[in-house]
Structure formats: structure tokens, C-alpha cells
Ligand binder design. Structure first.
Ligand SMILES: Nc1ncnc2c1ncn2[C@@H]1O[C@H](COP(=O)(O)OP(=O)(O)OP(=O)(O)O)[C@@H](O)[C@H]1O
Ligand SMILES: [Mg+2]
Length: 262
């Protein structure tokens, strides 16, 4: 058995790729799918930070630098998720050969259901390889023109590599009149919108606690959308309610007072 490899890309920075990779991956793992998330943003690694894995000695940097084996860089995340973080040091980044990812992928896919790759912004070499090794490319866009323009460029690049974009996630969607809506996004980019993730302060609040929002506040609007997306990708019926108690805890109230939000 080998996994379906999804690369989560955007073009523009800061659209929500890392947040999507982590929450979609965790939600797939919670559905019982063997899932691994991999931080291919070699220069600005964030995925490990969101899980408190920033002190990990062996990361994808060491693997792509040739000094470690891939199985040494796989860590346990929430709900059975496996995580391959990248390192934070500039030196580690400089020692990386992004091309090595192609061969490393063959061991990662073995025995897994899903591999999700968190791609860097932009179209430099370390951004191109994640697109080239993907079976499916998903673009994360925000409802604004710069994000659409950069996503179109990434779509064109994906097609030049002989791949196609499977769909778009419209993240940080708010129902304002000025916003580009779902149909407009599909029309502009020529691909279907798989899910709309609302702007939700719970995302940042959970990040501060280093726990994905789908675990920490599973019935929050963003978490529901991420879980629905996971069900779609896993080909399963979506069950909206989760057993976990969703009453706002003391810690959540405290976080809200510190970080703000509704
Ligand atoms: N739906 C959302 N609601 C509220 N905040 C969000 C949402 N999605 C992402 N964010 C916040 O937006 C910021 C950027 O998200 P993230 O790091 O996932 O983007 P990225 O595309 O990976 O960025 P980069 O291009 O720098 O790698 C983070 O602070 C994250 O918590
Ligand atoms: Mg990121």
C-alpha cells in the first residue's frame, strides 16, 4: 500500500497552508487514516512549531542534508498523526538538498494512507519539488486578489510539471460584500472549491497552545470545516458532532482574553 500524496500550496505567503496541513492531517488521522504531515517549507519551518516539536534534533533538514534517515525524523502528533518537521536553523537549511525529497518520498509513502506536504510560498526550487512529487495539489487562497493572482501562477507551474490542481480551499472567508465569493474563486482559478474555512479566532488561540484547532475546539467553525474537508478527502460521510465536550473551558476563556477574538 502506498499513500495518496497531497501538496498544500498557495503561491502567496500566509494564506493558511501550514494551518490547513496540520488540521487536515490531524482530522484524517482522527478518522483512522494513517497520515503523515511533512514540512517542506525548508527555509521558514513552522509546522513543528505548531506542535511544540521545535526542539527536535533530527528533522527533514538532516535527512535532506544526508546525515540522518527519514525514520529518525518522524515524530508522533495528535490523534495518531505522524509528523516530519523541518529545522529552524539557517545552517541546516543551507545543508539541505531539496532534490533529495524525491527519493525520500518513496520511503514515506510506504504503508500510509495519506501524506500531506506543507509547501513553502513562492516558486523557488524548494517550492517546485513539493508540487512535482504530489499526486494531488490543493491550493489555499484567501478571498483577495493578490492571493488569487499568485494561486493562478502556482496552478500554471503545477501544470507545467505535468500535474493538475485538484481543488482550492478558500481560507479566512468572511461573508462581506466586498469579498470574492466561492463561485467567483472557482471561476477565476478554473478549479473547484473543496471547502471554505471561515476566519476563526480559535485557530490562533489553539496555535498558541500548540494543539490543532480540530482537537482543541473541534466544534468551532474552522474546525468543523477542516473536519468536513477531511471526510471529503477520505471519501467518508461527514459526522459534524464530536464526542469531546465543547463547552468553553477556563483555559479557553483565558486565551480569549489574552489573544482576543469573538
Ligand atoms: N481560518 C483562519 N482563521 C483565523 N486565523 C487563521 C486562519 N487560518 C490561518 N490563520 C492564521 O493566519 C496565519 C498564517 O497561517 P499559516 O501559517 O497557516 O499560513 P501559511 O500559508 O503557512 O504561511 P507561510 O506562507 O508563511 O508558510 C497564522 O497566524 C494562522 O494562525
Ligand atoms: Mg507555512
Amino acid at each position: 500500500m502506498t499513500a495518496h500524496v497531497y501538496t498544500i500550496a498557495s503561491g502567496k505567503g500566509g494564506t493558511g497552508k501550514t494551518t490547513t496541513t496540520l488540521n487536515l492531517g490531524t482530522a484524517l488521522a482522527a478518522l483512522g487514516k494513517k497520515t503523515v504531515v511533512l514540512d517542506a517549507d525548508l527555509g521558514m519551518a513552522n509546522l513543528g512549531l505548531l506542535l511544540g516539536l521545535e526542539k527536535s534534533k533530527i528533522t527533514l533538514h538532516e535527512v535532506l542534508g544526508g546525515s540522518a534517515k527519514i525514520n529518525e525524523a518522524i515524530y508522533d502528533g495528535p490523534a495518531g498523526l505522524k509528523v516530519i518537521p523541518s529545522g529552524l536553523s539557517l545552517k541546516g537549511f543551507q545543508n539541505c538538498d531539496p532534490d533529495r525529497l524525491r527519493e525520500v518520498m518513496t520511503s514515506i509513502v510506504e504503508g500510509m494512507d495519506f501524506v500531506l506536504i506543507d509547501a513553502p510560498a513562492g516558486i523557488s526550487k524548494d517550492g517546485v519539488i513539493p508540487l512535482a512529487v504530489a499526486d494531488h495539489v490543493i491550493l489555499v487562497v484567501n478571498p483577495e486578489l493578490a492571493s488569487m493572482a499568485d494561486a493562478l501562477k502556482t496552478k500554471a507551474l503545477t501544470e507545467m510539471l505535468g500535474r493538475s490542481v485538484e481543488g482550492v480551499i478558500l481560507n479566512r472567508a468572511e461573508l462581506e460584500r466586498t469579498e470574492i465569493n466561492r463561485n467567483k474563486v472557482a471561476e477565476l482559478l478554473g478549479v473547484k472549491v473543496l471547502e471554505m474555512i471561515p476566519e476563526d479566532a480559535n485557530v490562533r488561540r489553539s496555535a498558541a497552545f500548540k494543539v490543532p484547532v480540530v482537537i482543541r475546539i473541534p466544534n468551532s467553525p474552522a474546525a468543523i470545516a477542516f473536519r468536513r474537508l477531511a471526510a471529503l478527502i477520505a471519501g467518508e460521510k461527514f459526522k459534524e458532532s464530536v464526542s469531546k465536550e465543547n463547552k468553553e473551558s477556563f483555559v479557553d476563556r483565558l486565551a480569549r482574553s489574552v489573544f482576543g477574538g469573538k
